[in-house]
Design a protein around this ligand. Structure first.
Ligand SMILES: *[C@@H]1O[C@H](CO)[C@@H](O)[C@H](O)[C@H]1NC(C)=O
Ligand SMILES: *[C@@H]1O[C@H](CO)[C@@H](O)[C@H](O)[C@H]1NC(C)=O
Ligand SMILES: *[C@@H]1O[C@H](CO)[C@@H](O)[C@H](O)[C@H]1NC(C)=O
Ligand SMILES: *[C@@H]1O[C@H](CO)[C@@H](O)[C@H](O)[C@H]1NC(C)=O
Length: 436
């Protein structure tokens, strides 16, 4: 591992997190990392005994669980963000410190902090790979609790009683948690063009007390949310606030990795691109869009206006949720419209997870579904709107939401999805992601 890394490091790029220095902020970067799907044979989570339809069932289950944790507690003074650790489905291979120490962590657009299990461990979950040892990294620095970096963690950070280091505590929706201290160190991101990118002074969580549903194959989480502590925000100017991904449909015969692009590599341009504003709303972690209506064929169904009289920022876009989830009444209107446009006989999902299903052997003629985001009409392919959940059944890949409306990843497959956190917009371009 080490030798592979040192040879790749021969031609690396250097930049610095804006938290500690703006020295390199002028140099614009473009790089691309592999997103290793947990169900891909390259992933340590891969379970070869599962069939593709079992994997899909499991992912729908995880996705519904995740939605339950995306709740906003509006009664509290500061909104409580609950995220779930089993929601992140893509792993990213990165390295921390000097010399670079490899960690395989879950990439998650639903949270901000990048953390890993650190030595010494007060209480860690079992991890197959060795733990990161701050003492072995010459570039590791503790962050003080009076610093702006510590403030970036807001409610999650505090000053330890006995010293001045910045402590953090992060709880996830499923009662998993990580506690430790905030530090800064060099992060090396493997790049698909074999030129790893090194970023100095990245804010990280060094977790000394971590517990919950974390898997022994993973050593932490990489938060790609919109909050101040997120890697995206930390890369800031150097990537012009841009990242994009293209999710390859998961089928039995492909193990193609999806790509996560940063900076100049994350431009989404050319024919067919549509863009919609990113709405700033609390919590900053989530990426909010405005969905005005959905068309089924020529029938347009408006998104219900909220109590505050607006539709602005009514849906979050998330790479880690499978289904597209909508408010219950809206979903049921949509389902009625889709059902009445299809002549085939409805079948029941024996597991009762999805409600509009048909026989998989039927030559299903599905209506064209168009998502009308503010300024961006996104026309879904039938493979975005319907999903085969077993040998027998094909079902509508939308559902009623227990909490927030979420634009899920089945709807995003085979689109290049670009986030521009500076110009505040999200762009979609129909793309064959396996060919990227
Ligand atoms: C992750 O990086 C390590 C260290 O470079 C390498 O040995 C390993 O094969 C990589 N894993 C994947 C799935 O790319
Ligand atoms: C998914 O969840 C449902 C209901 O909670 C359960 O009946 C079903 O067995 C689960 N499916 C899988 C594949 O775990
Ligand atoms: C979508 O997210 C789910 C749940 O997080 C995951 O299991 C699934 O494989 C993802 N699908 C795609 C196409 O990325
Ligand atoms: C780890 O954190 C948990 C939850 O706050 C706490 O109960 C436990 O005492 C901590 N363990 C150690 C060794 O500090």
């Amino acid at each position: 591992m080490a030798s592979l890394f040192s040879s790749l490091l021969l031609s690396l790029c250097l930049l610095s997190s804006p938290f500690l220095s703006n020295a390199n902020a002028k140099s614009k970067l473009g790089f691309t990392a592999d997103l290793i799907h947990r169900d891909s044979p390259k992933s340590p989570f891969f379970n070869p005994t599962e069939t593709p339809s079992q994997r899909l069932r499991n992912s729908i289950n995880r996705s519904v669980n995740r939605a339950f944790h995306f709740t906003e507690d509006t009664s509290a003074n500061s909104p409580q963000v609950e995220i779930t650790s089993n929601g992140g489905e893509y792993l990213m291979n990165v390295s921390l410190g000097t010399p670079p120490f490899p960690i395989m962590a879950i990439a998650d657009t639903g949270s901000d902090l990048l953390w890993t299990q650190c030595k010494p461990c007060d209480d860690c979950y079992t991890q197959d790979d060795p733990l990161f040892d701050p003492k072995a990294s010459s570039t590791y620095k503790d962050v003080s609790c009076s610093s702006s970096q510590c403030n970036a963690l807001e409610d999650h950070a505090s000053c330890s009683v006995d010293d001045t280091t910045c402590s953090y505590s992060m709880s996830y929706g499923d009662h998993s948690y990580t506690r430790g201290n905030i530090a800064a160190d060099t992060l090396t991101l493997g790049s698909t063009n074999n030129r790893p990118v090194q970023i100095k002074n990245v804010l990280i969580g060094c977790g000394h007390n971590n517990s919950g549903t974390f898997n022994e194959k993973g050593s932490g989480i990489i938060g790609l949310g919109g909050g101040a502590a997120s890697l995206i925000t930390q890369l800031g100017d150097s990537i012009d606030g841009k990242f994009s991904y293209c999710l390859v449909p998961l089928t039995s015969e492909t193990d193609r990795t999806s790509k996560l692009n940063f900076g100049t590599n994350a431009e989404v341009s050319g024919t067919g691109v549509v863009s919609t504003p990113l709405i700033s709303k609390s919590p900053e972690t989530f990426y909010y869009l405005t969905l005005e209506s959905i068309s089924v064929g020529s029938k347009k169904i408006p998104f219900p206006v909220s109590e505050s009289g607006t539709t602005e920022g009514n849906i979050i876009i998330d790479s880690g949720t499978t289904l597209t989830l909508l408010p219950a009444e809206f979903y049921s209107e949509l389902e009625d419209a889709v059902a009445s446009a299809i002549t085939a006989e409805r079948k029941e999902d024996p597991k009762k997870v999805l409600s509009l299903c048909y026989s998989a052997t039927e030559d299903l003629k599905v209506p064209i579904i168009t998502m009308h985001f503010d300024g961006a009409d996104v026309k879904l392919d039938s493979s975005n709107s319907f999903v085969q959940i077993s040998q027998e059944l094909v079902c509508f890949a939308f559902s009623g939401s227990p909490s927030l409306a979420i634009y899920g990843n089945l709807s995003q497959m085979n689109f290049l999805v670009g986030y521009d956190t500076v110009s505040k917009k999200v762009s979609f371009k129909p793309t064959d992601c396996a060919k990227m």
